[in-house]
Design a protein around this ligand. Structure first.
Ligand code: NAP
Length: 472
């Protein structure tokens, strides 16, 4: 039976939801899962869509159910599972059958797999939006040879989220380009989440607000400039009551953040590219620190609890809102510059405005501001977002609030690493005469590394440096 237009392997959270989405959009699909009972349960629960889904119990039956040349989405955990699945599949496939890794692969793995595939079609696509996104419309970041994307682009566009009718799915570049952009997306997501958590900390520990009041505030902000999925769900998270205690569910959640590695990859790749993403670095570090609960408890015992009360007049809701606006601009500016740096380094020619466009809906970092970013990047993709007139105006209006929030947090012992990194990035960027002349002096002092003179532009200059004995 070769009735299915496409196949999907891996009926976990994402694979099951994507399969339903694909079937719903009118593309008959064959599905396979390592644990066959899951395939049966999935099909049994597919109700109206079951007719468009062919459940299979073996890889042979799966492959036989897909029309040639085949297109197969692999949606299993990133890493070895993908390699194992490809190794199992390849011997059963024809040379022109297309394998699409749709998990959160490290882009280096995607480059390697693309190389290993040679002429046999392979794509690496990043899918964002969690389970709901996968089911009702994710953002899809495609990478690999364009001709292979063109074979399945119509399906991926059909299942993707739409922003004003425009699909949030696009081919972005060769080999690992799609997974790279997905990684940066996740890095930005880490920083965005961290900033919201930091503001939550100021409201809870500094200003003494309860979870319900915080939920109301986030909800209000979601009606303004900060309108975004992450602010929206933060309001809902803060507003949810625990069935067991009757109190806020948030108050009984352990304060140690999990991570699967994409934020860390962003920070690592940024260092390789010499692309400054200090807010993402800070967010990853904050998650690492959050998991050291014993150490934090011991330090609190030793030094006393950090946060002290903040008087309402010292920190207003408007300042916090503006600090998040400034932080968001700075964090996305870093993320887009990182994409630009990778594009140059790997010769991808990444379409930055299109990336902003496909992030406007479906993905976790979707927000109203991304529409403005897409516009700004369309005007000039090579310009750091802070130089775009729209965002320069917004920063002029909000940077003082970010500074005030960070300063108040520091004075009252509330940790705000991502927001702090944001204002430091902004101040470093807007200081024409920085302090690295001191570093160059130090480097020449101990290692004769040389420096360039400011006055006459001569390079490879050296001391001599003053002798403490003579002062010369
Ligand atoms: P999941 O719920 O844990 O499901 C994993 C699926 O892969 C299961 O169907 C499992 O089959 C199968 N699997 C696991 N190990 C396998 C192996 N060695 N060989 C073959 N099949 C194997 O995972 P998920 O959340 O759907 O994530 C899938 C991919 O999407 C990951 O790369 C993840 O990072 C990415 N992603 C997830 C999200 C999200 O919000 N969850 C969002 C974007 C991207 P069994 O039933 O046999 O165990």
């Amino acid at each position: 039976m070769t009735t299915s237009e496409i196949g999907l392997i891996g009926l976990g959270t994402m694979g099951a939801a994507l399969s339903m989405n694909i079937a719903e959009k009118g593309f008959p699909i064959a599905v396979y899962n390592r644990t066959a009972s899951k395939t049966e349960a999935f099909h049994a629960a597919a109700s109206d869509l079951a007719a468009a889904i062919t459940p299979t119990a073996t890889l042979d039956a799966f492959i036989a159910a897909i029309a040639k040349p085949r297109a197969i989405i692999v949606m299993v955990p990133a890493g070895q599972a993908v390699d194992d699945q490809i190794a199992d599949l390849r011997p059963l496939l024809d040379d022109d059958d297309l394998i699409i890794d749709a998990g959160n692969a490290n882009f280096h793995d995607t480059n390697r797999r693309a190389q290993a595939a040679g002429e046999r079609p392979f794509l690496g696509i990043g899918v964002s939006g969690g389970e709901d996104g996968a089911r009702y419309g994710p953002s899809i970041m495609g990478g690999g040879p364009r001709r292979h994307w063109d074979r399945v682009g119509h399906i991926l566009e059909a299942i993707s989220a739409k922003h004003d009718g425009s699909p949030c799915a696009a081919w972005l570049g060769e080999a690992g380009a799609g997974h790279f952009v997905k990684t940066v997306h996740n890095g930005i997501e880490y920083a965005d989440m961290q900033m919201i958590a930091e503001v939550y900390g100021l409201l809870r520990d500094g200003l003494g607000h309860d979870a319900a009041a915080i939920a109301d505030l986030f909800d209000r902000w979601n009606g303004g400039r900060l309108q975004s999925y992450l602010i929206e769900i933060s309001a809902r998270v803060a507003g949810t009551l625990d069935a067991a205690t009757g109190g806020p569910l948030l108050d009984v959640i352990v304060d140690a953040a999990g991570q699967k590695g994409t934020g860390r990859w962003t920070a690592i790749e940024a260092q390789h590219l010499a692309a400054p993403v200090p807010m993402i670095d800070a967010a990853v570090t904050a998650r690492n620190l959050s998991s050291r609960r014993q150490q934090r408890r011991a330090a609190e015992d030793l030094f006393g609890a950090g946060p002290t009360p903040i008087a309402p007049a010292q920190l207003t809701a408007e300042q916090l809102e503006k600090a998040l606006i400034a932080g968001k601009i700075l964090c996305y500016a870093q993320g887009f510059e990182m994409n630009a740096a990778a594009s140059r380094e790997y010769g991808w020619n990444l379409p930055l405005p299109r990336i902003a466009e496909i992030w406007r809906a479906g993905c976790i970092i979707r927000s109203a501001m991304l529409d403005d970013m897409a516009r700004a990047l369309s005007e000039d993709p090579d310009r750091n977002l802070i130089f775009a007139p729209f965002f320069a105006d917004l920063l002029r209006d909000s940077q003082a609030a970010l500074r005030q929030v960070v300063a108040t947090a520091a004075l009252h012992g509330v940790a705000v690493p991502a927001l702090s990194a944001g204002i430091a990035y902004f101040d470093a960027l807007r200081t024409a005469r920085g302090t690295a002349n001191m570093i160059q002096g130090q480097r020449d002092f101990f290692g004769r590394h040389g420096f360039e003179r400011l006055d006459d532009g001569t390079t490879d200059q050296h001391g001599p440096w003053a002798d403490p004995a003579t002062g010369n």
